[in-house]
Design a binder for this molecule. Sequence first.
Ligand SMILES: *[C@@H]1O[C@H](CO)[C@@H](O)[C@H](O)[C@H]1NC(C)=O
Ligand SMILES: *[C@@H]1O[C@H](CO)[C@@H](O)[C@H](O)[C@H]1NC(C)=O
Ligand SMILES: *[C@@H]1O[C@H](CO)[C@@H](O)[C@H](O)[C@H]1NC(C)=O
Ligand SMILES: *[C@@H]1O[C@H](CO)[C@@H](O)[C@H](O)[C@H]1NC(C)=O
Length: 411
Amino acid sequence: MHGLLGVLFLVIILIFVLTASSTDDEESFSWDLQNLQRFVKCRDKHYEGTKEFYFNYWVLKNYIRAEHGPLSCFSNVTYTTHADYRYLDNLVPLLERWRSPLSLALYAPGADFQPTLDSILWLRQCHPGSHLVRELTSFHFYFDVNHLPQVVPRSKVALRKEVNCSAPPPYKNVKMDQMYRGQKRLDYPVNIGRNLARFASLTHFVLASDIELYPTPGLVPNYLKFYSRKVLGKHGIVSLSRLVHVLRIFEVQANETIPKTKPELQRMFRSGAAVLFHINICADCHRGPLLEEWMNETVKSQDLNVFNVAHRTQPYNTWEPIFIGTVDDPPYDERLSWEGQRDKMTQAYAMCVLGYEFHILDNAFLVHKPGIKRGRPHMGFFQAQRTDTLINRKILRELHVMYGSRSGCLI
Ligand SMILES: *[C@@H]1O[C@H](CO)[C@@H](O)[C@H](O)[C@H]1NC(C)=O
Ligand SMILES: *[C@@H]1O[C@H](CO)[C@@H](O)[C@H](O)[C@H]1NC(C)=O
Ligand SMILES: *[C@@H]1O[C@H](CO)[C@@H](O)[C@H](O)[C@H]1NC(C)=O
Ligand SMILES: *[C@@H]1O[C@H](CO)[C@@H](O)[C@H](O)[C@H]1NC(C)=O
């Protein structure tokens, strides 16, 4: 009898300790949020759908909204990205890891509009992860004024349509030459999409990334905690605006699963199952300083820290880091297309001149959807020439006027 009472007593104590520690965590997180609210300079945005005319494009911002509703601007991080509907198979695997707001700009000219919309409806109605899509994803559409869809239903009407869940997803196995975009040989206006997705973010902090790059799970709560405890207070408010947090990027073999933690990544890196992103295409674009040291470092907890601080000056002027920054970072140049390449270089140059610090995080990273790229994807020769001419003759001069210059900053 006494034994039983003793056990009961222990169990009660254990329950008490467990619940006390979990409320402790919640309390300290709410302290972090208060801290962020006090020091992060941002303004909440209305969450509404708009139709806008923008630089030869029609833009349907928040055409399909996430069910999370309005957000406090300091309280979360938004993954901002762009795609055409062929890439929508990445959405759920990405959300399963990210579990936070996602702002996605879709290029949907002409007859690509309907399958794009149907793909979204399929994801929202049929996919086993449909709840994540509905809860977290805001979809924006854009298309050239000269390539309008036949009809653009109001989003309420569009959402009422029921799709056939027994049919395969409309984004599956679509080839470029089946698409309107392929048939009309339209270049992909990547930077319109990047700017649109970022501009539509309800939160101040954004991870502007590629839809095929999946982050480590738990990144957003870990980042907000890190920012509240280790970044605020350490840097003045002024320098905070010139500081971003870099995530290193890796690829894994096609038959491997994506590592969830740094120790897993380190094991896979040593065995060759994981490699640096684009190692066969442009290793310099992604290595950045101190990769080997970063790989050797043993992490002891889930917490984030800065491993090293980098600048985008020589010899790292071809580095294309992906980072958690803010909606106030310099925009992407909307005249540059995907096919023309160098599409992120002008933003990087502006950040270099402005003296941005790139703080590389020790314990968070991105991994590309499995499969190691061997060669460059098909790029347009003429578009690349046009981009070079545009940058050399026009954009460089503009950047000097708008941002000034600084030694070591190259485009
Ligand atoms: C739904 O799709 C399946 C598989 O493609 C097909 O067999 C079925 O006829 C479709 N149902 C309707 C109502 O269209
Ligand atoms: C961010 O927002 C999403 C959607 O509302 C929510 O599920 C998640 O818990 C939020 N993250 C944090 C750290 O509050
Ligand atoms: C993937 O393939 C490689 C080479 O064929 C093999 O060495 C490795 O064990 C495979 N990995 C898994 C997880 O099956
Ligand atoms: C990383 O660790 C390996 C094995 O311990 C060692 O040989 C190598 O020198 C280390 N590299 C760096 C850059 O620290």
